[in-house]
Design a protein around this ligand. Sequence first.
Ligand code: MN
Length: 254
Amino acid sequence: MTTLFISDLHIEADRPEIGEQFLDFLDEEAADAEALYILGDFFEYWVGDDDPDEYYASIKRSLRAFSDSGVPVYFMHGNRDFMIGQQFAAETGVTILPDPCPIELYGKSVLLSHGDAMCTDDVEYQQMRAMTRNPEWQAMMLEKPLEERLAIAQHARAHSQERNKTLSESIVDVNPDAVKKTISEHGVEILLHGHTHRPGIHGVEVDDRFAKRVVLGDWYDQGSVVSWDEDGLELSPIPRQADPSESGTGDPAP
Ligand code: MN
């Protein structure tokens, strides 16, 4: 049996090819998985579980059918979909995990995270993160009319895209010391995260031993998955058929 990890799909109606590939993934690779972990930025944006958007509703129905088929689905918030709440969990059957979240997997100690909390060089982003993850801020947000929340989300996405153009590569990546601190604090062998859209497997020397940092890729142009079983883990792209109608909505940003 295989446990699967994905993140950073950034599903939205304007990029239907991503949602289609995810549904194919549920039907194929994931159909007989031991569990599926979604480590954040599943959706491009999420303004509240009360959003009646029909496209999002169709994705929720597919998740429901998948979790009803007997595969446990675990969900961690990303920086795009941190407003996903218990209503979404009840509707889809997913279990929401805290970030970070330690698990034991096939005899290995693993820490799961979205990854943005370790991008400590981006001070402005961390301040915004602290604000928007505050339950009082979220409650205040959810009292606003849906239209206003959608406008705020649209503005935030545009701001993030503009800002990422001006930031250096290293600032938007994880900070090496923050990675070491996170691994050391939790005493794990493997740290698995997404967010940076830089898939790879890295050795990290921490506390006089070697740990591993595994980074999932985004789904903008192809899928990305970590498949893990008794024999170990594998990070793989999932190719997507080129679609001539493929739409772009600007530079992808984490
Ligand atoms: Mn992210």
